[in-house]
Design a protein around this ligand. Structure first.
Ligand SMILES: *Cc1c(COP(=O)(O)O)cnc(C)c1O
Length: 432
């Protein structure tokens, strides 16, 4: 399989080349040159996610140097619990994607990318420094995935005071080969520092810098597999097709769902559930695409006004009208998020995180207008990770899941940093 750049100016490469580069040299994002189709029958006997992923992702790994490693990569990275919980009897299910080490769905992608990168590394290569700017969840997932991996060091930058207390503790709790900076600024400042460092060729060479932000194709691919696994399981229980609602920020997780459907999996309409950031809802209701700065909401991991993966989505639909593709978008504001968290808890004693609440709210809208089709909702984080939002609404304490509780018990340390490029590159070059 060849990988092309959405920029159209970079030469084609194989998967390993796309993984090593992260961003394509013309500044575009790597995409597979075509979307392979899969026969559902080849997946029905797979008993767990690593098996499904191995079958499903084989065409994407075809003729790359990682081809023979794919089964081991899937087993190592994707063997996490994946409960499918009935939410409305016989017609709505919640796919819990938050049972990995950092209690958010990003664990699947970060672990897969780390498993790939570790295998692309020669023993004689210098230690690679993985830079990651995070609004809360990505940093922890990437740190957990590379923690104590020989040959890698992780540098996290997060905006001081703008992540939840548990997220902040977790981001500083790894130690060893993980170095955490809390930046006096916002998420955009953190991203700017990372980009600046990656554009500094001397520093990039000296520290073997690389990035693990959501632009890597190695994060997109594994996310296709859980939509495949769940939709095939629901089909086996008699539901021919399910509509899927995905909480969305940068469109990574949702694009994976769209790719799953394009590959031939039994998925109907795909609903993008955003917080109050209106870019996608505007676009899918017929207006021109207009990227802008993100606004802060209770679902902070989705505070995105210009989703980076929109470029990939537009590329896949370059010959078709994206607005006629059975994709819709719903924007949910903070008041509706709060009301939804309360209502779901009162009705079913289930606590949902603010991101998942956007998707549950989108389902409520659809039921209200008489849509009674079967639906699958992607639940992206454990509610206990967003305790400051969720606990007051449900008037109950939430226990963190075991892996997160382990991290929260460890001491946490983050170094303060001004949002200044010079200061950051200086500190980077001093790290040992
Ligand atoms: C990152 C994140 C999202 C958004 O995912 P995208 O792939 O950027 O759309 C949603 N929910 C949670 C909890 C997240 O951490």
């Amino acid at each position: 399989m060849n990988y092309l750049s959405t920029g159209g100016q970079a030469s084609a490469t194989d998967l390993a080349g796309a993984l090593r580069a992260g961003l394509a040299p013309d500044g575009g994002l790597y995409v597979p040159e075509r979307i392979p189709s899969i026969a559902i029958e080849t997946l029905v006997h797979n008993t767990d996610l690593p098996e499904t992923a191995t079958t499903l992702l084989a065409p994407y790994f075809f003729r790359s140097e990682l081809e023979n490693e794919l089964p081991r990569i899937c087993r190592e990275a994707l063997d996490l619990p994946l409960p499918l919980i009935e939410f409305e009897p016989g017609r709505a299910w919640i796919l819990e994607l938050f049972h990995g080490p950092t209690a958010a769905f990003k664990d699947f992608a970060a672990r897969f990318l780390a498993a790939c990168m570790a295998r692309l590394r020669a023993d004689s290569d210098p230690v690679q420094t993985v830079l990651v700017a995070t609004s809360g969840d990505t940093g922890g997932a990437v740190a957990a995935a590379f923690h104590r991996r020989p040959g890698f060091r992780v540098v996290i930058l997060y905006p001081d005071g703008k992540v939840s207390a548990r997220q902040a503790h977790q981001l500083g709790a790894f130690g060893d080969n993980v170095h955490t900076f809390r930046v006096s600024g916002n998420f955009d400042d953190c991203q700017r520092l990372v980009k600046r460092a990656l554009n500094d060729q001397e520093l990039t060479r000296k520290l073997a810098l690389t990035s693990a932000n959501s632009i890597s194709i190695g994060r997109l691919l594994p996310q296709i597999s859980y939509y495949a696994h769940a939709s095939v399981a629901l089909r086996a229980s008699g539901h021919e097709k399910v509509d899927v609602i995905v909480p969305t920020g940068n469109l990574g997780n949702a694009l994976a769902c769209i790719l799953a459907r394009e590959m031939g999996l039994p998925i109907g309409e795909i609903v993008l559930a955003t917080n109050a950031n209106p870019t996608l809802q505007e676009y899918f209701s017929g207006r021109d695409y207009r990227g802008r700065a993100g606004i802060e909401t209770l679902a902070n991991a989705m505070d995105v006004g210009d989703p980076s993966n929109f470029e990939r989505l537009a590329w896949f639909f370059r010959d078709r009208d994206l607005r006629q593709a059975d994709i819709s978008a719903v924007s949910v504001d903070d008041d509706a998020i709060r009301a939804c968290i309360r209502r779901v808890f009162n009705q079913s004693e289930m606590a949902v995180c603010p991101h998942t609440a956007c998707a549950v709210e989108a389902l409520r809208h659809r039921r209200e207008i008489g849509n009674d089709r079967p639906h699958l909702i992607a639940a992206t984080a454990h509610p206990a990770k967003f305790e400051a939002v969720v606990e007051p609404l449900i008037v109950q304490a939430l226990n963190p899941p075991p892996a997160l509780a382990e991290l929260l018990k460890r001491p946490s340390r983050a170094e303060g940093l001004e949002a200044d490029e010079g200061a950051f590159t200086h500190r980077l070059s001093e790290l040992d």
